[in-house]
Ligand binder design. Structure first.
Ligand code: ZN
Length: 153
């Protein structure tokens, strides 16, 4: 179980066990559904947009600790951000989990970078990358008002 030991760091376990921002958002202005058939993770992202600011964000879903922790960390990170900042974070996260030559982006606050780094370990486990990116792709779909279910396949 050394893979799990490496991967399921304390923060991931904590967020996976008690996800933040979990539940339906009654004030939502957009939502999107996502599905990772490889692992069986499903997620719904709820967004409340105020012009271009993410006033509130929450999620509901079922899945492995990685998918829940990623959604939990992501929603905490995105709350209060504007759409441009959110796109920068999404791009950085995507690079972080898919490319071992990570470059620091000057436009992201250190606090946020540290939160994103928590999940960077998944890049060594291609199956788990999909668990970690599901929430982000689904968030992106909600942002684009895409009502089709997002799938990692
Ligand atoms: Zn999963």
């Amino acid at each position: 179980m050394s893979e799990l030991r490496d991967l399921y760091q304390e923060v991931i376990l904590d967020h996976g066990k008690s996800p933040r921002n979990f539940g339906k958002l009654e004030s939502k202005t957009a939502d999107a559904h996502g599905h990772n058939p490889l692992c069986g993770d499903t997620i719904t992202i709820y967004l409340e947009l105020d012009k271009d600011v993410i006033k509130d964000i929450s999620f509901e879903g079922r899945g492995c600790a990685i998918s829940l922790a990623s959604a939990s960390l992501m929603t905490g990170l995105l709350k209060g951000k504007n759409m441009d900042d959110a796109q920068v974070l999404f791009a950085h996260f995507h690079k972080l989990v898919s490319d071992s030559n990570k470059t620091m982006s000057v436009n992201i606050p250190t606090d946020d970078l540290q939160k994103l780094d928590v999940l960077a370990g998944v890049r060594d486990y291609p199956m788990r990358v999909k668990c970690a990116t599901l929430a982000w792709h689904t968030f992106n779909a909600a942002l684009q008002n895409n009502t089709e279910e997002v799938t990692t396949e």
